[in-house]
Design a protein around this ligand. Structure first.
Ligand code: NAD
Length: 684
């Protein structure tokens, strides 16, 4: 096999070139090739300086993920990086595309870094529950400064080349051809001694003001809540400020191994692959080709329609948005503009980008304007008759081959499809609120949905940077369906003696962003309410009748002050107790464990049903839905992965213990029972 690493000479500079498509991952052969090439430079007196560069779309973009989970092969990355740094001739990294993870560590092993202006540099290891383990946490603060290193390592977010230049991580920014510039730079520095070894530098450590680490931990406490890896990254960077490099790397290795062998990183690495797998559609004929999408239509400019439209506009795809009246249309377009301008105010977009996006929007009251759209997404009221009426009109005017999608949360996509003349063109595209921000998109495959329609929807999801998961038709698809048993049991637990605060606390301590009642207050307690204040059958009906509709009314399951800070509500407590006595429910002390079993174990059970009914293609898809759609803590992998960690036998035992109390709403998933009995799991 030929090595992905080749060398060539330009004058007295040795150019080491990697060609390992698609992203120049640091596979074993690349690592070996780098070590060999440095030896070649050492052994040749005519070589006075070295440039390390990559062919193709990017500099080394990280580790080779196909080597994950296998026994590590030599030479290990730390050795490669040390070898580069110990070269007796100056080594210059020529960075384009992305220098990420191990790629950045290689660049840090070099004595200088030259980067294309559009390059990005980062240490995303924390997102896999790890830290840069080849000396990265020790070299980065010495080169880029402590504050920058802290931010990069603990958040995993990459920085742009300009930012990298400003903090000293990059020595020269280049526009135009990178390698000739890097060679010229190497010529400039070829005689400078001593060599600027990252591991020996102290000049950038000055900004390690006392307290910087504690301040950083406090400032990011919310973001890092529950995660181990950010804290270990911070600790490792702190070590760099306290100990010489040789001791620092030993400490770094220890922290790395703790993370690597821990449960969180295992879950995060699992999730990384789960997300990639989600885009694969089972059972698609091999020759399926996507339909071209040049123009998108959105019907309804309400909460969802506006956000949905923004996704396409941001991706440069023109959108026609249709409403029923001028007021709703203006309001919808106004909200979109306001959202874009808020992003611009935060520096995320330029004013020009805002105008470009809004310039691609055609708001109209004329349904016929949808005639030239390749994809139309309906986001009108959640009502079957209204949806059927909209689809009937679409059927008449949409061009042949146009894809007709519904954003329904619960309605039967097959029934909608069957009501028109082209059911094969229909599918669900279920966005999550706020639709311009939430990453998840459930693509609902109807019984008649054509393979190319499905494939197109998955492709367009990627284009608008969503994580798409295929779901089958059922009430609530994957995500909302699993919410239902949780909601039922959470409400019953209130009657039996738990408080909204206790139930929410258990969920937040578990790692969810909020509990079921906090979520209800945020989304609106009145969502789906029948709107008849005299008809009071549930606690929720009662709260709605009292106009306790949640945060927007300053009262819901909690009371809110003017800053929307919640406090337990004596009124709600009274409502709960009155209901309990009316229904003769015996009130008792509820343990946190019971809450876990009745709200989280039941979700796992529902997930298992979703799997056995073929609604989800695979267990890991369910996990993707919950992490991206509802904020399930990624360090627990997702509900199905988490169930495997707990042990399915234990889940079944817990559910059996609660079965009597949960009847008749609850019934066991046969798949869960079978797997538990056989000692099997869902995700491993
Ligand atoms: P919304 O009430 O905010 O907006 C619906 C809009 O559709 C209104 O502006 C209305 O004027 C317009 N509309 C109604 N009939 C129309 C017609 N015939 N032609 C053109 N416009 C029409 O509702 P929403 O929250 O945006 O929900 C829309 C859909 O998205 C529903 O099916 C809902 O279940 C689903 N959904 C909502 C959420 C959420 O959190 N709000 C999340 C996912 C999916």
């Amino acid at each position: 096999m030929t090595s992905p690493i080749s060398t060539r000479r330009h004058g007295d500079v040795l150019i080491i070139l990697s060609n390992n498509p698609p992203v120049n991952a640091l596979s074993t052969s690349v690592r070996q090739g780098l070590v060999d090439a440095i030896a070649e430079a050492e052994g040749d007196d005519a070589v006075k300086a070295v440039v390390i560069a990559c062919e193709g779309q990017t500099f080394f973009a990280g580790a080779d993920i196909t080597e994950f989970g296998k026994p590590p092969q030599q030479p290990w990355l730390p050795v490669v990086v040390d070898t580069i740094e110990n070269c007796s001739k100056p080594v210059v990294a020529a960075i384009h595309g992305t220098a990420l993870g191990g790629g950045l560590e290689v660049a840090l092993g070099c004595h200088y870094r030259v980067a294309d202006k559009s390059a990005k540099l980062g240490t995303p290891e924390v997102k896999l529950g790890l830290l840069p383990g080849a000396g990265g946490t020790q070299r980065l603060p010495r080169v880029a400064g402590v504050r920058k290193a802290l931010e990069m390592c603990a958040t995993g977010n990459p920085i742009g080349a300009k930012d990298a230049f400003d903090c000293g991580l990059v020595d020269r920014l280049v526009e135009g051809e990178l390698i000739p510039h890097a060679v010229a730079y190497a010529e400039e520095v070829r005689d400078i001694r001593p060599l600027a070894k990252s591991s020996e530098r102290q000049d950038r450590m000055a900004d390690s003001a006392p307290g910087i680490f504690d301040e950083f931990r406090t400032a990011n406490a919310k973001k890092f809540r529950g995660f181990e890896a950010p804290l270990k990254n911070i600790e490792a960077v702190e070590v760099a400020t306290q100990k010489p490099f040789a001791e620092g790397v030993i400490e770094e290795r220890k922290l790395f191994m703790e993370l690597m062998s821990g449960e969180q990183s295992a879950a995060q690495r699992y999730f990384f692959f789960a997300e990639r797998k989600a885009s694969k559609i089972e059972g698609l004929p091999e020759n399926t080709e996507p339909r071209p999408i040049h123009k998108v239509g959105v019907i309804g400019a309400g909460t969802m329609g506006g956000g949905i439209a923004m996704n396409f506009l941001s991706a440069g795809i023109p959108v026609t948005i249709v409403e029923m009246g001028p007021e709703a249309l203006d309001r919808g377009a106004g909200v979109m503009r306001k959202n874009y301008e808020a992003s611009a105010a935060r520096g995320k977009l330029t004013a020009e980008q805002v105008e470009r996006a809004m310039g691609q929007l055609s708001p109209t009251l004329d349904f016929a304007a949808l005639a030239d759209c390749d994809l139309v997404i309906e986001a009108v009221y959640e009502n079957m008759d209204v949806k059927k009426d909209v689809f009937a009109r679409l059927d008449k005017i949409a061009k042949p081959g146009a894809i007709l999608a519904s954003n329904t949360s619960y309605l039967d996509v097959d029934e909608i499809a069957a009501s028109i003349s082209r059911p094969a063109d229909v599918l669900g595209m279920h966005f999550f609120s706020p639709a311009n921000i939430m990453k998840l998109l459930e693509i609902v495959r109807g019984a008649k949905t054509a393979p190319d329609v499905l494939l197109t929807a998955m492709g367009i999801a990627k284009k608008i940077r969503k994580v798409a998961v295929v779901a089958g038709v059922c009430h609530g698809f994957i995500g909302n369906r699993m919410l239902m048993p949780r909601q039922i049991e959470a409400t019953k637990l209130l009657l039996e003696g738990a408080t909204p605060e206790q139930i929410d606390r258990v969920h937040v301590e578990f790692g969810m962003p909020m509990g079921p009642f906090q979520m209800a207050d945020l989304a609106g307690v009145d969502i789906g309410w029948h709107r008849d204040p005299t008809r009071v059958e549930t606690i929720r009906d009662q709260l709605c009748a009292m106009e306790r509709w949640g945060q927007k009314k300053g009262a819901g399951f909690y009371d809110y002050d003017e800053k929307r800070r919640p406090s337990p509500s004596p009124v709600v407590q009274q409502v709960i107790e009155d209901f309990a006595s009316k229904q003769s429910v015996q009130r008792r002390e509820i343990s946190d464990q019971e809450i876990v079993e009745r709200t989280l174990y039941t979700m796992v059970n529902e997930g298992a049903k979703i799997l056995e009914e073929g609604i989800a293609q695979r267990a890991s898809d369910i996990d993707v839905v919950w992490v991206y759609g509802y904020g399930w803590p990624v360090y627990r992998g997702g509900p199905m992965y988490w169930a495997d960690s707990v042990g399915l036998a234990k889940i079944v035992e817990g559910l059996k213990g609660q079965e009597e109390r949960m009847k008749p709403a609850f019934s066991f998933s046969q798949l869960l029972l079978d797997k538990a009995a056989k000692g099997e799991s869902f995700t491993r």
